[in-house]
Design a binder for this molecule. Structure first.
Ligand code: WTA
Length: 665
């Protein structure tokens, strides 16, 4: 099975089932269309009405949105709800508790091992958030300060995010799969005084020594001039079991530092445009950039999409998004969206295949999960294990399924629909990005007829366009580059500390448009089919990785002079990393060296970025001006060198034959 082998048939269609339509917030395609038109034609009225669902301590002044997308008219800027003040932690917790919902379950936490479980109500979560917030204040964290989080997926992680937000601090969550060096890069960029971590966690059968990784990262950071003052450690596993120690004067354990804090902490009312968080993500060049999201607009985007795309009914649904809070999906669809809605959700620390490939469905049955949201790579991995792991569990509580992170191939879509969902659950294939903050192109479960593998139609207030390479807008059915014509509330506002990079990355290629980096096809029904990145960004198991990042990690190995990385199709991961490596003169290639190179990438970025293939390359195909021709490398990597096209611009065409001969060596 290849992710792209089964060409999508635009005739295959799944209508929303009556049972879903009758309860949905938006019922039928005509209602969607009417509301969509309103959201575009009277954007201000649409978002004003949506914003009324939330608490604003001070209301905004008109217009609701001010922006400039066109660099020819001056710097790019976007602001929503100017003049307003609010707090997202208040909206996610206090608001529900004041409405009498304090005893509702916020999280059913399920640990890595079966039998580990906790239940946290909204009141308990608020108390936990307040204790963390009070500790943060006690060590001097103030409004606008950065705090980095490097933790396992336990309730304390979303609670720590909300604690930062409660006092106006800016969180930067780093996924627990990143290496010490990658964490150090992020710490050096945002320069927090405080880091919150766990001692360690189990991922499947494997212990992950998070605190020890933090120590290494902070040593690197110290060597480069930034010292973190306070490290808070949640003792999830005994410190000694994961080789962790405490540095006196800097490190404190949760039990002593947080548990004794008062259960109440007043919220800090912040301007709608106050920074809420930074999240580092990969681009086509350079180091990962800190995508900056602000409070008011992000909050509204998270709320409206969670409510309308998952059609969450907070009194009856149990919602489960499998993402880690270290990624944007975990920010918007674990921490913020569901809590803003007052929903009950499952938080799962482990992996879908531990202790066996039926774990997800065992959890679905245990908590009566009705809405399940995951990534295509997980769906393909579970599909490969066979149907029996699924069908031995009932799954009768499921009513809606979701997909995110990469294009879902129709074959995986059909399996998800037929086998996992028993043919009765719509699938919302949600296209969006770290930068967009919330869903952008997605079906609505009670409104949108589905086509397998298709993200379908824009969410309210989102106005996409498809451009050709000259930047001209295409009409009707077409294929080209996906851009956005206007801002939406939850879009990123800048790259932290580097507004020029923000403008360069997203607004310089095509004047007046936000450039997504994705290609797409629009069919005769106006449906959008995302075809994948058009830049040098890889998508491996739904994780974004920059080719330049992997290349510079490889070059950090003393034997490597040059590296060029391309993506090849992979049946489970969607894309695999294929690296061409040129060695120093006099160094011979060997299996040991191959292992060392892979280990170098694991060390510098993290295990998930390890190349799948190292292809020895005495030379790389370059133009006369020295630019590597990745197009040629992609063809060699996928064994399609008979379709190289025009290579007359290559400085040394002989390189191609050399590379073909070295394949598999
Ligand atoms: C890809 C993840 C097709 C896309 C939320 C995008 C998708 C990048 C989909 C963003 C989807 C995400 N269909 N492609 N439903 N969802 N992508 O920032 O290439 O980690 O640009 O955000 O993932 O990845 P990011």
């Amino acid at each position: 099975m290849s992710p792209h082998e089964d060409a999508p048939s635009s005739k295959e269609r799944f209508m929303p089932p009556d049972s879903i339509v009758s309860k949905a917030h938006v019922q039928g395609l005509a209602s969607y269309q009417e509301l969509y038109d309103k959201s575009i034609n009277d954007n201000e009225a649409f978002w004003t009405e949506q914003a009324e669902q939330l608490h604003w301590q001070t209301k905004w002044s008109s217009p609701i949105c001010k922006y400039n997308f066109n660099l020819d008219h001056g710097p790019v800027h976007i602001s929503w709800f100017e003049g307003a003040e609010t707090n997202i932690s208040y909206n996610a917790l206090d608001r529900h508790i004041e409405n009498g919902l304090g005893d509702r379950v916020a999280f059913y936490w399920e640990g890595n091992d079966e039998g580990q479980e906790r239940t946290v109500t909204y009141s308990e979560l608020k108390a936990m958030v307040c204790r963390i917030a009070n500790w943060l204040k006690s060590v001097g964290v103030k409004r606008g300060d950065d705090v980095s989080l490097y933790m396992a997926l336990v309730p304390e992680l979303p609670a720590a995010m909300l604690a930062c937000a409660r006092i106006g601090a800016v969180h930067s969550v780093v996924f627990g799969g990143f290496s010490a060096e990658a964490l150090a890069d992020r710490v050096l960029d945002s320069r927090p005084a405080v880091v919150i971590t766990s001692s360690g966690t189990m991922r499947g059968p494997k212990p992950i020594p998070l605190k020890a990784i933090v120590d290494d990262a902070l040593n690197i950071s110290e060597g480069k001039g930034h010292s973190v003052q306070h490290v808070l450690v949640l003792e999830q596993l005994p410190l000694a079991d994961v080789g962790a120690s405490l540095r006196p004067g800097r490190d404190v354990v949760w039990r002593e530092a947080v548990d004794s804090q008062p259960d109440d902490c007043p919220v800090e009312w912040v301007p709608a445009e106050a920074p809420l968080f930074k999240l580092y993500t990969s681009g086509s060049t350079g180091k990962p950039k800190g995508v900056l999201h602000t409070t008011g607009g992000y909050m509204l985007g998270a709320l409206t999409t969670t409510k309308l795309v998952f059609d969450v009914q907070p009194t009856t649904d149990v919602y489960w998004c499998t993402a880690d809070c270290g990624w944007i999906t975990g920010h918007t669809y674990v921490t913020y969206g569901p809590l803003l809605l007052g929903a009950t959700q499952v938080l799962f620390e482990g992996v879908p295949t531990w202790p066996d490939a039926g774990r997800c469905w065992a959890i679905v049955d245990k908590y009566k999960v009705s809405i399940f949201y995951t990534a295509p790579t997980a769906i393909r991995a579970l599909h490969a294990r066979g149907d029996a792991w699924v069908t031995r569990h009932s799954r009768s509580s499921l009513r809606l399924l979701g997909s995110v992170g990469e294009p879902i191939n129709p074959e995986a879509w059909r399996w998800y629909h037929e086998v996992v969902g028993g043919g009765r659950c719509p699938i919302v294939d949600t296209w969006w990005q770290t930068e967009t903050g919330a869903h952008m192109i997605t079906p609505l479960p009670g409104a949108t007829p589905l086509k397998p593998g298709c993200a379908t139609l824009p969410f309210f207030g989102v106005e996409p366009a498809v451009l050709n390479e000259r930047g001209e807008e295409l009409q009707g059915p077409c294929e080209g580059i996906l851009v956005m014509k206007r801002p939406w509330p939850s879009m990123m506002r800048t790259v932290a500390g580097d507004h020029a990079r923000f403008e360069q990355t997203y607004f310089s290629a095509f004047r007046g448009y936000y450039f997504t980096g994705d290609g797409c096809r629009r069919d005769a029904d106006g449906y959008y089919w995302i075809t994948g990145r058009v830049d040098d960004v890889l998508n491996v198991s739904g994780h974004r990785i920059g080719t330049a990042e992997v290349e510079s990690a490889l070059v950090a190995h003393p034997s490597c002079v040059e590296a060029a990385v391309v993506a090849v199709e992979h049946p489970i991961k969607g894309q695999a990393i294929y690296a061409f490596v040129t060695l120093m003169t006099g160094v011979d290639h060997s299996d040991d060296l191959r292992k060392e190179l892979i280990a170098t990438v694991r060390k510098i970025i993290g295990p998930f970025a390890a190349p799948d293939v190292i292809h020895w390359a005495p030379g790389l195909p370059k133009t006369r001006s020295g630019k590597i021709m990745r197009r040629v490398l992609r063809k060699i990597a996928s064994k399609e060198e008979d379709q190289l096209g025009d290579i007359s611009t290559l400085a040394d065409p002989g390189v191609v034959q050399q590379l073909v001969e070295l394949r598999g060596k």
